[in-house]
Design a binder for this molecule. Structure first.
Ligand code: F6P
Length: 560
């Protein structure tokens, strides 16, 4: 029997937070005016990340109560249990050890979980991935005609796609010249068709990335890719149309990453060309496992190693820092404050870094697949709201799209603003540093959201009285600002680990298993059941409900 979760609403901290909320009148203007130390006191350092929490709707008392809540639900104990390999993924009876993927090779004491020498296994696979990456990068690994690889196509979905693609985009300046990685995820055949349209099969390497190696989208795309490879190589006279040549083509142009190496072999990929990992790495926590093989090829083992160091630095901060100064835990607790006490339904993540343009999409899986749950880890119903909707787009694009609602809408939307001081592409416009101009927006937005603009200030600009109200900004719209020196591999690792542990903290307060994802199963099963109906099987069509039946029938009418 798992240790039952502690119902947060029964803690004294929760009762005190409720009372505190009922009397709190957030007033960031007054709070800053009355307390010159507020910004400094509420700005914390997390490895290379400077994290300013001061523009949140909290006082020192709020933060102290949230820290007490963390103590009462035993947040730190559960983090320690996770690091030690306890089976905190209760519904799947698994350890949760993504943090082990980035432990230094010489970490002491060695981590042994369920009889497995975890550190040794992690280092062994990392060594294989790095050796393979070096072979591809140096041209030692060739396609079936002896050509070096120029394009890597990663085929995967969910955690086997979102992490790698996000990091690839974030670290694009680190990608080796002459190498490109493309990512195919969607079972919509358009995705594969478009991504392969202009590729040379002789210089293309496919990585089939799937933890389970059963995912419909990935296996379908892998088969389509294999067919594309054969058709193109045979069509161009590069190989003969024989079983032996087809086998050689797959051997040279396909590798796999999976926990199910037997299924990899069934697909026709030589297990010698496959990189493993373990069931204790959740899909959405797997970018730093062999799932990152495409990245190791693109940015090289050294940069990949720095990425892992960045993750580890945040793991160490989270492990060793008291809650009151613990950045991931405090940010998770702030999210609890907004969701459960101030009624927020969503949370915006707004990177002021074009290279982080896939970061919000990545976080959507991390946060919502983890914490979108209605029962706790012992199967009892949750006692509070859980899992807010995460969303966002890079600034300044978002400013010209949805910021209106954040500034003046009726809903409370806490937002994280992320920026880097030194750009990868420092351009100047007639002597003006464009990055500075860009970041002026980052600073301006959080300032406008916090402090707003009063009716008197609007009037003082000579605004006609009838439109004064429309031009007032209430302020008191909470933000956290995260500023990094530059988008280095380490910083990217730090950002990911930060949000992993924010997600963890929220899950512990809510008492949910943040590491299963049963909610995606029903749709997968129904798609399999419905597939024959869509292919024209009358009995399968008849078995559907009236709406679904009519929709499929209409589809079949429209389909040429
Ligand atoms: O969407 C459900 C899910 O299981 C994710 O958790 C996972 O990242 C994704 O599918 C892909 O799974 P796999 O890596 O096993 O193909």
């Amino acid at each position: 029997m798992p240790t039952p979760p502690i119902d947060p609403t029964t803690t004294s901290a929760w009762q005190d937070l409720s009372e505190h909320e009922s009397t709190l009148r957030p007033d960031l203007r007054a709070w800053f005016a009355d307390d010159p130390e507020r910004a400094q006191r509420m700005t914390l350092q997390l490895a290379d990340l400077t994290v300013d929490l001061s523009k949140n709707l909290v006082t020192d008392e709020t933060l102290a109560l949230l820290a007490r809540l963390a103590d009462e639900v035993r947040l730190t104990d559960r983090f320690t249990a996770m690091l030690a390999g306890e089976h905190i993924n209760v519904t799947e009876d698994r350890a949760v050890l993504h943090t082990a993927l980035r432990r230094p090779a010489d970490a002491e004491p060695p981590l042994v979980v369920d009889g497995q020498q975890v550190d040794d296994d992690v280092q062994a696979v990392l060594g294989e991935v790095f050796a393979f990456a070096e072979k591809v990068r140096s041209g030692e690994w060739t396609g079936v005609t002896g050509e070096a690889v120029r394009t890597v196509v990663n085929i995967g979905i969910g955690g086997s796609d979102l992490g790698p693609v996000m990091v690839y985009e974030a670290l694009e300046p680190y990608v080796a010249d002459g190498l490109e990685v493309r990512f195919v995820s969607n079972i919509d055949p358009t995705d594969l068709a478009q991504k392969t349209a202009d590729l040379d099969p002789t210089t293309t390497l496919f990585i089939v990335a799937s933890k389970t190696f059963t995912t419909l989208e990935t296996l379908t795309n892998a088969r389509l890719a294999r067919q594309w490879l054969w058709d193109r190589l045979i069509g161009e006279g590069r190989i003969e149309d024989t079983d032996e040549d087809r086998r050689r083509a797959v051997a040279n142009h396909f590798v796999a990453v999976s926990t199910a190496l037997d299924k990899v072999a069934d697909f026709g990929i030589d297990p010698a060309n496959a990189f493993g990992f373990w069931d204790w790495v959740g899909g959405r926590y797997s970018v730093d496992s062999a799932i990152g093989t495409s990245l190791a090829i693109a940015i090289g083992p050294d940069a990949f190693g720095e990425l892992l160091e960045g993750f580890h630095a945040v793991d160490e901060h989270t492990r060793t820092t008291p809650v009151a100064q613990n950045v991931p835990f405090l940010m998770g607790l702030l999210n609890v404050w907004y969701v459960n006490f101030l009624g927020a339904h969503t949370h915006a993540v707004l990177p002021y870094a074009q290279q982080l343009h896939r970061f919000p999409a990545y976080l959507q899986q991390l946060t919502m697949e983890s914490n979108g749950k209605s029962v706790r880890w012992d199967g009892t119903p949750v006692t509070t709201q859980t899992g807010e909707v995460f969303w966002g787009e890079p600034g300044t694009n978002g400013q010209h799209a949805f910021y209106q609602l954040i500034h003046q809408g009726t809903r409370l939307i806490p937002a994280d603003f992320i920026a880097v001081a030194n750009p990868a592409y420092p351009l100047s416009d007639g002597g003006t540093d464009v990055h500075g101009l860009f970041l002026a927006n980052f600073f301006a937005q959080t300032k406008a959201l916090a402090f707003g603009k009063t009716a008197d200030e609007v009037r003082a600009e000579g605004t006609p009285e009838e439109i004064v109200a429309a031009r007032v900004f209430s302020g008191n719209r909470p933000t956290t600002s995260i500023l990094a020196p530059a988008l280095t591999p380490s910083v990217v690792g730090q950002l990911i680990a930060l949000y992993e542990h924010i997600t963890f903290a929220q899950g512990v307060v809510w008492g949910i298993d943040s590491f299963d994802q049963w909610g995606v199963e029903l749709g997968k099963k129904l798609a399999t059941d419905i597939a024959p109906a869509v292919q024209g099987d009358a009995a399968a069509l008849d078995a559907q409900d009236a709406s679904t039946r009519a929709l499929i029938a209409r589809y079949l009418e429209l389909r040429r």
